[in-house]
Write a protein that binds this ligand. Structure first.
Ligand code: NAD
Ligand code: MG
Length: 387
C-alpha cells in the first residue's frame, strides 16, 4: 500500500521538492491532494502530471479556471480556505505535508491532527503561533508531528536512539543570511533585491526575508521548544555560514551530536516521509575534499534584533509569539512592497508586541483575535511611519 500524501502548498519551494521526493519513490508514495494559493497554472501542470484525487486552490477567484482546465480528468476540484481545512481530513490520507506559508497553516494543521494524520511540518509558523495548542491536540489524538525544517530534522535525527537520555542543549545553526557581515549603517539601506539573495538556500520570498532578518532563526527557536520540549535557556543559536551542520544536540555527558549534509531540503522532507526508515536517494552527496572549512560565530543581536524579540516572546509565552508572527507577516509583506525599511521591520514588531492585548492562556479563538489585532496594529504603525 502506497502512502497517500497531501501537500499543502505544492507550488512552493518545499512543495515542489516534496514532489521530487515522491517521484523518486513512486513505489512508496502517491500524491492524494495538491493545493496552492494563487499559482493556478503550476497547480494545473502538477495535477496533470501527478493525477491526485483532488486539488484545492485557496483563492476562490481562480476556481472556474482551474475546474475547466482539469475537466477532462477525474480530479475533484475545490476552492477556498474552508475546502483546504476539509480536504486534509479525507480518510485515505496518511501524511499531510504543511508547506504553505504563514498563519494560514494553523487551521488546516489542527484539522489534520484531529483526523489522526501524520504531520510533516514545514510550516513553522503554526508552532510559533500556537505551539502549546498544537502539542495538546497532537497528544490527545496520538498524532506524530515530524519536522521538515532542516535544523529540526537534524535535531530529530540526532535524537534517534536516545530515548530516556535528557537533552542538555539544542544548538541551532544559522547561515547568517546575505547580511551576515553588514554593519548597522549598511543595513539601513539594504533593498529587498539584496535580501532575496540567500547564500545557501533557494526558498520562498517570505522565509528568505525572515532569514535575512534572523526572524527565521527566532521562529526556529520557538519551534524547537515545542517540538523537543526544551526550555528557552536550553536553545542556543550559532552562526555557521557553510550550512553543512544542520544543527546539534548536546547531552548530559557533554557529548555533542551533529547532523551534516548538503543544504538540500529534499533530505529532511524524505526523512519525514520515511521515518523511522531511511531510503536510498540520488541527491548530491557531501564531498569533504571540497568542504574544507566549517566555521562558527556568535549571532549579533544588535544588528539582528529579531532574534532577541523572538526569545522575549518565548519567555513571555501566552499569545506573544502569535503577536510577533502576525506583526512579522505584515512587515515582511510591506518590505517586499517597498513600504518599510529593513531595520524598520524590527521597530514595528517591537511596538506591536507592546500594544497588542496580552493573553497568558490563549484559546484557539484568542489566537484568531490576536492575529487580527496584531496585524491591524502593525499595519497602522507602518502607515504612520510613511506619513
Ligand atoms: P513558498 O512561498 O515557496 O510556497 C508557499 C506555498 O504555499 C505555495 O504553494 C503557495 O501557493 C501556498 N500558499 C501561500 N499562502 C497560502 C495561503 N494563504 N493559503 C494556502 N496556501 C498558501 O514557501 P516555501 O519556501 O516553500 O515555505 C513554505 C513553508 O515551509 C514556510 O512555512 C517556511 O517557513 C517553511 N520552510 C521552508 C523552507 C525552504 O527551504 N523553502 C525550509 C524550512 C521551512
Ligand atoms: Mg530552517
Amino acid at each position: 500500500m502506497k502512502k497517500q500524501i497531501a501537500i499543502l502548498g505544492s507550488t512552493g519551494s518545499i512543495g515542489t521538492q516534496a514532489l521530487q521526493v515522491i517521484e523518486e519513490h513512486a513505489d512508496l508514495y502517491e500524491v492524494y491532494v495538491l493545493t496552492a494559493n494563487n499559482r493556478v497554472e503550476e497547480l494545473i501542470a502538477q495535477a496533470r502530471k501527478y493525477q491526485p484525487e483532488a486539488v484545492v486552490i485557496a483563492n476562490e477567484a481562480k476556481y472556474t479556471y482551474l475546474k475547466e482546465a482539469l475537466a477532462d480528468l477525474p480530479i475533484k476540484v475545490y476552492a477556498g480556505e474552508e475546502a483546504l481545512c476539509q480536504i486534509v481530513t479525507e480518510q485515505p490520507i496518511d501524511i499531510v505535508l504543511t508547506a504553505m506559508v504563514g498563519y494560514a497553516g494553523l487551521k488546516p494543521t489542527m484539522n489534520a491532527i484531529r483526523a489522526h494524520k501524520t504531520i510533516a511540518l514545514a510550516n513553522k509558523e503554526t508552532l510559533v503561533v500556537a505551539g502549546e495548542l498544537i502539542n495538546e491536540l497532537a497528544s490527545q489524538n496520538k498524532t506524530a508531528i515530524l519536522p521538515v525544517d532542516s535544523e529540526h530534522s537534524a535535531v530529530f535525527q540526532c535524537l534517534a536512539g536516545e530515548i530516556g537520555n535528557p537533552i542538555e542543549k539544542v544548538i541551532l545553526t544559522a547561515s547568517g543570511g546575505p547580511f551576515r557581515n553588514f554593519t548597522l549603517e549598511q543595513l539601513v539601506h539594504v533593498t529587498k533585491e539584496q535580501a532575496l539573495k540567500h547564500p545557501n538556500w533557494e526558498m520562498g520570498a517570505k522565509i528568505t526575508i525572515d532569514s535575512a532578518s534572523m526572524m527565521n532563526k527566532g521562529f526556529e527557536v520557538i519551534e524547537a521548544k515545542w517540538l523537543f520540549g526544551v526550555r528557552p535557556e536550553q536553545i542556543e543559536v550559532v552562526v555557521h555560514p557553510q550550512s553543512i551542520i544542520h544543527s546539534m544536540v548536546q547531552f548530559e555527558d557533554g557529548a555533542v551530536k551533529a547532523q551534516l549534509g548538503m543544504p538540500d531540503m529534499r533530505v529532511p522532507i524524505q526523512y519525514a516521509f520515511s521515518y523511522p526508515d531511511r531510503l536510498k536517494s540520488s541527491f548530491p552527496r557531501m564531498d569533504f575534499k571540497l568542504c574544507t572549512q566549517l566555521t562558527f560565530e556568535q549571532p549579533d543581536t544588535t544588528r539582528f534584533r529579531n532574534l532577541t524579540l523572538a526569545y522575549e516572546a518565548l519567555h513571555q509565552g501566552g499569545n506573544m509569539p502569535c503577536i510577533v508572527n502576525a506583526a512579522n507577516e505584515i512587515v515582511v509583506a510591506s518590505f517586499l512592497n517597498d513600504g518599510i525599511s529593513f531595520l524598520g521591520m524590527s521597530d514595528v514588531i517591537e511596538q506591536t508586541m507592546q500594544r497588542t492585548t496580552f493573553i497568558a492562556k490563549p484559546t484557539y479563538e484568542d489566537y484568531v483575535a490576536t492575529d487580527a489585532e496584531a496585524r491591524r496594529i502593525a499595519q497602522e504603525l507602518i502607515t504612520k511611519s510613511q506619513q
